[in-house]
Design a protein around this ligand. Structure first.
Ligand code: ZN
Length: 222
């Protein structure tokens, strides 16, 4: 059986610093909820953390807490909204990269990719990763589909744009090296048991001894 992985999505953490779209608050979590999830996945190698939307909380809240736990993550940014109110700017992107985090594309302006004319599709799917690549100084070939909304046309465009990994939002575990992978979104109403339930859906997860040791060191405050 191919290796199984659990992909998680974080959207925003804490108090939003911009007006949210209708319903968007349902995918924001508190700092406490976020920390509970991080603490639960420390030491589990086959959990992947991803962040969508390029909210300012990626750098201000998430980054220090990831580093504290020696975790890495992939941040899917909106190329056309960098530096807007409540979103991370170019300095923030650099900070993420310098800290060892990866950058992927979430498109240009958070649109439904199934409903675009050719010109906008090119901007969203092909030009956004090019701009991000320039910014981070290396190719950006992973994409997270806005709203998890894709169809055959969207996937075809993503392949043509040279994406080597595409993330949706379909829930459940994924195959570690698959081109298209599902993710599980943190939501405003998750409790401490949520992450255990998500992990239970993926048999064969294991804890690596080194990372567990790192966690114990951290907990002991050494
Ligand atoms: Zn999004």
């Amino acid at each position: 059986m191919p290796p199984t992985i659990v992909n998680l999505i974080v959207h925003g953490i804490g108090k939003p610093r911009r007006a949210l779209d209708p319903g968007e608050d349902e995918s924001w979590v508190t700092v406490e909820q976020f920390e509970q999830v991080l603490d639960a996945v420390v030491g589990i190698d086959n959990v992947r953390l991803t962040f969508d939307d390029g909210n300012a909380s990626d750098v201000e809240i998430a980054l220090p807490r990831l580093l504290e736990r020696r975790l890495t993550a992939e941040f899917f940014l909106l190329a056309g909204q960098l530096g807007e109110r409540g979103r991370i700017g170019r300095d923030g992107v650099r900070e993420l990269v310098d800290a060892g985090m990866s950058i992927g594309t979430h498109g240009w302006s958070h649109s439904d990719w199934r409903r675009l004319d050719d010109r906008r599709a090119t901007q969203e799917i092909a030009e956004a990763p090019k701009l991000l690549s320039k910014l981070v100084g290396k190719p950006v070939r992973h994409a997270a589909v806005p709203f998890g909304a894709y169809d055959r046309g969207v996937l075809h465009r993503l392949r043509k744009a040279g994406m080597t990994r595409v993330y949706g939002n379909d829930g459940g575990p994924a195959r570690e090296f698959a081109w298209l992978q599902s993710r599980n979104s943190l939501r405003h109403d998750i409790g401490p048991a949520w992450i255990d339930d998500v992990l239970a859906g993926a048999p064969g997860l294991y804890r690596s001894a080194t990372r567990t040791a790192a966690r114990l060191v951290r907990l002991a405050g050494i």
